[in-house]
Design a protein around this ligand. Structure first.
Ligand code: FES
Length: 134
């Protein structure tokens, strides 16, 4: 069997976590490679959480927040978006491919977008291979 990546998905309680629930109820299939971590807002995902995940066994990290303008904490997802630039720089500094990280937006009623995000990330990381750890 080939390489199977481990993907960490930080899912906002109000959108993607609820969408994952809906996907489960609707028996939609998504790759078993993804481990969901529920956060109250995408704005809570600090850059070190992404680096820690990659350092401790994850091959890719997804952050899925509410659509811009729809964050329950007003501008949490705007902060998450601003942090994305920092995360990308840090990944480069630590010699990780920047494609191992992705941020995206969806609503609780869009389980299809969640499944697509999980599937696309898994396929991409599967092609890239395992993280090079010292
Ligand atoms: S509450 Fe969902 S991204 Fe802020």
């Amino acid at each position: 069997m080939g390489f199977e990546p481990k993907i960490i998905a930080f899912c906002c309680n109000w959108c993607s976590y609820a969408a994952a629930d809906l996907a489960g109820t609707a028996r939609m299939q998504y790759p078993h490679n993804v481990r969901i971590i529920r956060v109250m807002c995408s704005g809570m995902v600090h850059p070190e959480l992404v680096l820690d995940a990659l350092a401790h066994g994850a091959d890719g990290v997804l952050v899925l927040g509410c659509h811009l303008g729809e964050c329950h904490y007003q501008d949490g997802n705007q902060k998450a978006l601003a942090r994305s630039a920092v995360i990308t720089e840090l990944l480069e500094d630590f010699s990780y491919e920047t494609e191992r990280y992705e941020i995206s937006w969806l609503s609780s009623s869009e389980p299809d977008r969640l499944v697509k995000a999980f599937t696309d990330m898994t396929e991409r990381i599967r092609k890239m291979g395992q993280v090079d750890r010292p």
